[in-house]
Design a protein around this ligand. Structure first.
Ligand code: GLV
Ligand code: MN
Ligand code: MN
Length: 404
């Protein structure tokens, strides 16, 4: 818990937590995390995309590993546990093994992924995609809000974009990927349970949208002659809200809405906004995205403005492997707790890691289900329970013959 507090101080936002990919704050957080990994008995360093990676050898050197991870980047004005808790928990468990002199029939790698939230470049899962070997070089052309290209930001950080491939792990070298994460929802709290087993992660689609209207004088252009890009974007945002509200299996969010040129006395000639749409059903997600894009096009046509849409992210539902669910459930049960299985509405690095190996997740109760918010909170007692479950899961980990 003290380490989560310490990491929260590496923030570009004074008095809050904002730590984005390839920032000076991330560099400082990496140094702290790598130090803790070494203290816990791991060999540790940054990989080619900037992930913190610590390795604890098994009974022999160079055995395939169980990879335990989560992310070290945050959203803007974030809490201090989303992602962070999973990285710290991995380090803590290895520390316990090391202190007991325990070596397992597999290696353990703890990974702090560098870009899960995708806040800076609109690119989600860069860290885990690099490890899974699915990093798309097109992402290197993405720009941040200052117009800096990802490739240039990597170079400025001391990374070589041409070497990202070196972060990729060969198939078979990672036995499974396991992630502990706060629930970010209210289910465990409502049921009075400290932890739960994740069954699957909801699929997600993200778009960046831009509307081109006509800028004009706020005092002279009559209302019926306006082609206000922001008013059109606002109508689109309301369409997003009502389409999602019509289906309990769909959630959709417009998280950014920007008017340009952005002056009180100028009719907005351009508006930029984002769409984030998720569902536990890939069919429903695809249908909602298709219908919404059509509806937005119709709104813009009626208003005489032009819509362009760029897809940034499209990830199908990611199932947690049944054998991983069983192994995590067995560890919960062995701690004398009821086993609650639940899906994840939030996205996680496991979605990308699934291209490399089977995945599993343990959720930890958080207060009122609040996350992506500075009020995010988790109790010390729940973290203690989760660590006991997690260590038990790691100690008992074995790939069943039928999954190997
Ligand atoms: C990650 O936190 C996401 O689900 O957006
Ligand atoms: Mn998050
Ligand atoms: Mn997260």
């Amino acid at each position: 818990m003290q380490r989560a507090d310490a990491l929260a101080r590496f923030s570009e936002l004074a008095g809050g937590v904002t730590r984005v990919y390839l920032s000076p704050e991330q560099r400082a957080a990496n140094e702290a995390v790598l130090g803790w990994m070494r203290e816990a008995g791991m060999r540790a360093g940054l990989d080619a995309v900037g992930n913190c990676v610590g390795r604890y050898e098994g009974e022999r050197d160079d055995l395939p590993c169980l990879m335990i991870g989560s992310h070290l980047d945050t959203v803007r004005d974030a809490g201090r546990y989303d992602g962070i808790l999973g990285v710290l928990a991995g380090i803590e468990c290895v520390h316990a093994l090391d202190a007991a002199g325990a070596r397992l029939p597999f290696a353990i790698e703890v990974v702090g992924f560098a870009d899960e939230e995708g806040v800076r470049f609109g690119t989600t899962f860069l860290g885990s995609k690099a490890v899974a070997g699915t990093f798309d070089p097109a992402a290197l052309e993405a720009t941040d809000r200052e117009g800096m290209r990802l490739a240039d930001a990597m170079r400025a950080f001391g990374l070589d974009p041409a070497r990202i491939g070196e972060a990729a792990r060969p198939r078979g070298s990672v036995l499974a990927y396991a992630e502990l994460h706060i629930e970010q929802g209210p289910v465990l709290e409502a049921e009075g349970l400290p932890v739960g087993v994740v069954t699957a992660i909801a699929g997600a689609t993200r778009y960046r949208l831009e509307i081109e209207g006509v800028a004009g004088h706020a005092g002279t252009v009559p209302m019926r002659l306006r082609r206000d890009a922001l008013a059109a974007a606002a109508e689109c945002a309301l369409a997003v809200e009502s389409r999602a509200a019509a289906d309990p299996d769909v959630v959709a969010t417009v998280g950014i809405l920007e008017a340009l040129p952005g002056a009180m006395n100028v009719i907005p000639g351009r508006a930029r906004f984002t769409l984030d749409l998720r569902s536990p059903s890939d069919e429903k997600r695809a249908a909602a995205v298709r219908e919404l894009l059509e509806e937005m096009k119709a709104i813009c046509a009626r208003r005489g403005v032009r819509l362009s849409a760029t897809k940034l992210h499209d990830e199908p539902v990611a199932e947690c492997a049944p054998w991983m669910q069983e192994a995590i459930a067995a560890a919960i049960d062995a701690e004398g707790l009821a086993v609650r299985r639940l899906p994840s509405g939030a996205g996680h690095d496991g979605m990308a890691m699934r291209a490399l190996c089977d995945i599993g997740m343990l959720f930890v109760r958080c207060r009122a289900g609040v996350s992506h918010n500075p009020a995010e909170s988790v109790s010390e007692d729940d973290v203690a329970v989760a660590l006991r479950v997690w260590l038990r899961f790691i100690e008992g980990f074995a790939v069943p013959a039928q999954a190997a």
